[in-house]
Design a protein around this ligand. Structure first.
Ligand SMILES: O=C(O)CCC(=O)C(=O)O
Ligand SMILES: [Fe+2]
Length: 196
């Protein structure tokens, strides 16, 4: 299936609901679930440090680190299973992503609050490629000032691209759901400035 634009004023979104076929998506999900060093990260909420309501792992090239509470952390090395995705995204999207934030939502109560991916090391108009595996969840976007809102269901094997001014104008979130759901893995491929 091709990447298809999703119309949303001030954003630049493209979506493929079946970027990975079911067999590939199943295999990748199983390998990442078992093979990634999933950890509960500490995040700042309302000025306090709390456990994030999900498991995560930063993955990337040496030096493509991430900043947290003033410190810079080295990412985990790329699992072999992710290298074909990186190469395919380079070909199809034209971006050589050098890092990935992997998130594991163990069930419907795991979630991610409203935020923009607007860290300075991503640059002013970042391209972020979001691959989803496992249970389908609702992804929300909300304009910072205007009333525009969008909900997209992200199924197993889907790819959502956020480009251009999307992060500048919009926040996004993955809300909890009361529906009984199995685990979901999300991979956000990013290109960060390398600290060398
Ligand atoms: O799980 C998702 O679909 C969103 C993840 C996200 O927004 C992020 O990693 O910054
Ligand atoms: Fe995000």
């Amino acid at each position: 299936m091709p990447l298809t634009p999703i119309a949303l004023p001030g954003a630049d979104l493209a979506f493929d609901s079946a970027w990975l076929g079911p067999a590939r998506a199943d295999a990748l999900f199983a390998r990442l679930l078992a093979g990634v060093e999933w950890r509960t990260h500490r995040i700042r909420m309302f000025g306090r440090e709390v456990d994030s309501p999900r498991r995560s792992c930063w993955i990337g090239d040496p030096g493509a680190g991430y900043r947290y509470s003033g410190a810079r952390f080295e990412p985990h090395p790329w699992p072999r299973a992710l290298l074909p995705l990186r190469a395919r995204l380079r070909d199809e999207v034209g971006v050589d992503f050098n890092s990935v934030l992997a998130n594991l939502y163990r069930d419907g109560s795991d979630r991610m609050g409203w935020h923009s991916d607007d860290e300075p090391e991503l640059g002013p108009r970042p391209c972020i490629a979001s691959v989803s595996l496992g249970a389908a969840r609702r992804f929300l976007l909300k304009h910072r000032e205007g009333g525009e809102r969008l909900a997209v269901e992200l199924p197993h094997g889907s790819l959502l691209l956020m480009r251009g001014d999307t992060q500048r104008h919009y926040r996004h979130a993955l809300p909890a759901t009361a529906r009984p759901l199995g685990p979901r893995i999300n991979l956000t491929f990013r290109r960060v400035a390398v600290d060398r």
